[in-house]
Ligand binder design. Structure first.
Ligand code: NAP
Length: 228
């Protein structure tokens, strides 16, 4: 049985990823910062709810302690929780956006590492974004060129870099970052864009189910390698 933890999985791409991985036989720990929303989502899917706010060290260590007590290891971590950070560009708000999108990844990954090291096939998937690609945001041919989401882009660039650095420092664990494709979720609702979560979650599932000899330190979308 594959033991999987997904952050921010009470809705959107994280929720659908949980649904698809459960269908493949994974035991999924569904992380959500809000207990009511998380318990409802977990019950709907047959997942196990863990309270997990990626900005709160005690919450993160508590969630991993639950997985440790029940399973003694973690096979798959999906760093999915994220915020768009479109409301302002100022210090306090930047701290919040980076806290969720970049520092949260460090909090959860650091707490998960001891359990991942106990897995025979450990893998970490990070929901980054092509908006964090220097190549995409400087290329007038790409849609990212015209989207002024400075905090989101910068914090996702950090998330991709952290993935690469973890891949180097933890060669026994695969770390891969991805762009899921523009998806219709609460995050993109104001723009009225995006495809169904079912399509985008397939890209997450592909990386979450890599064989032990699969790649590490990559940044991809469904078409293949994305330029940094
Ligand atoms: P979403 O529907 O808004 O879901 C975001 C999830 O993150 C929610 O479950 C939310 O929980 C959770 N979250 C926010 N702050 C959190 C915190 N402090 N601790 C724990 N969970 C927190 O967005 P989505 O589109 O599914 O996005 C999922 C991931 O894909 C994000 O990392 C996003 O950046 C990335 N992505 C999305 C797109 C797209 O087109 N949608 C494109 C590229 C990348 P609450 O319900 O409690 O707020």
């Amino acid at each position: 049985m594959t033991i999987t933890l997904i952050t921010g999985a009470n809705k959107g791409i994280g929720f659908e990823t949980a649904r698809q991985l459960i269908a493949l036989g994974h035991t999924v720990y569904l992380g959500a910062r809000d207990a009511e929303r998380g318990e409802k989502a977990a019950a709907e899917l047959g997942a196990r709810f863990v309270q997990l706010d990626v900005t709160d060290d005690a919450s993160v260590s508590g969630a991993l302690a639950v997985v440790d007590a029940a399973e003694g290891r973690l096979d798959v971590l999906v760093n999915n929780a994220g915020v768009l950070g479109e409301k302002a560009v100022d210090g306090p708000y930047a701290l919040h956006v980076f806290d969720v999108n970049a520092v949260g990844l460090i909090r959860v990954t650091e707490a998960a590492l001891p359990l991942l090291r106990k897995s025979s096939n450990p893998t970490v998937v990070t929901l980054s974004s092509s908006l964090g690609s220097f190549w995409a945001v400087t290329n007038p041919e790409r849609p990212e060129f015209g989207l002024p989401l400075a905090l989101y882009s910068a914090s996702k660039a950090a998330a991709t870099m952290l993935t690469v650095q973890y891949a180097k420092s933890e060669p026994g664990i695969r770390f891969n970052a991805l762009e899921p494709g523009t998806t219709a979720t609460d995050m993109t609702a104001a723009f009225g864009i995006g495809r169904p979560v079912e399509e985008s979650a397939k890209t997450v599932v592909r990386l979450a189910t890599l064989a032990a000899d699969g790649p590490t330190g990559t940044f991809t979308d469904e078409h293949g390698t994305l330029s940094w």
